[in-house]
Write a protein that binds this ligand. Sequence first.
Ligand code: COA
Length: 160
Amino acid sequence: MTIALYPGTFDPITNGHLDIAVRASRLFEKVVIGVYDTPSKDLMFNTEERVELAELSVKSFTNIEVKPFNGLTVEFASKVGAKAIVRGLRIGADFEYEREMALMNNKLSPEIELVCLMASLKYQYLSSSRLKEVARLDGDIYDLVPEPVAKALKKKRENR
Ligand code: COA
């Protein structure tokens, strides 16, 4: 079975991430969304919440799974049997960032390939931080995130 790992922080998962995961699920027999447990970023959602939101968002796709992970992405890729790491490219700067990560990952595990998909035009400006900022300020984010994420963002805002 050809398996791909789609790693990220997913704080929270957005329609931009979903676009990449779903398109990858048409290329690979199975896609594992790997939710990185300990990124060096301030998080709005803890790992359990990020995993749950991703799971709810992909529940209609039978060949997409969600798992949390720690440590090196390439090690987690080997652990789940992934032959490829999938990443989305939005703007030019993403390419430079991905290129550096890919070179390091290739040094660590040359057998794992990087597959980059171009982000769809309508999500090229989207990032989780931008989304959270707009949500905090009560902006309309409903067409940018899956419904469970919109609800979770609303709840966070109300509990502040
Ligand atoms: N649509 C919408 N947003 C997108 C996107 C897309 N297609 N692609 C990326 N983004 C956003 C993300 O939401 C994120 O937003 P934020 O910074 O506001 O939170 C931003 O773009 C950066 O995304 P990404 O590059 O995927 O970073 P990440 O933090 O989500 O994931 C890891 C980075 C986890 C993959 C990387 O740090 C890693 O592999 N860590 C594990 C340790 C390791 O192996 N290190 C060595 C790597 S060489």
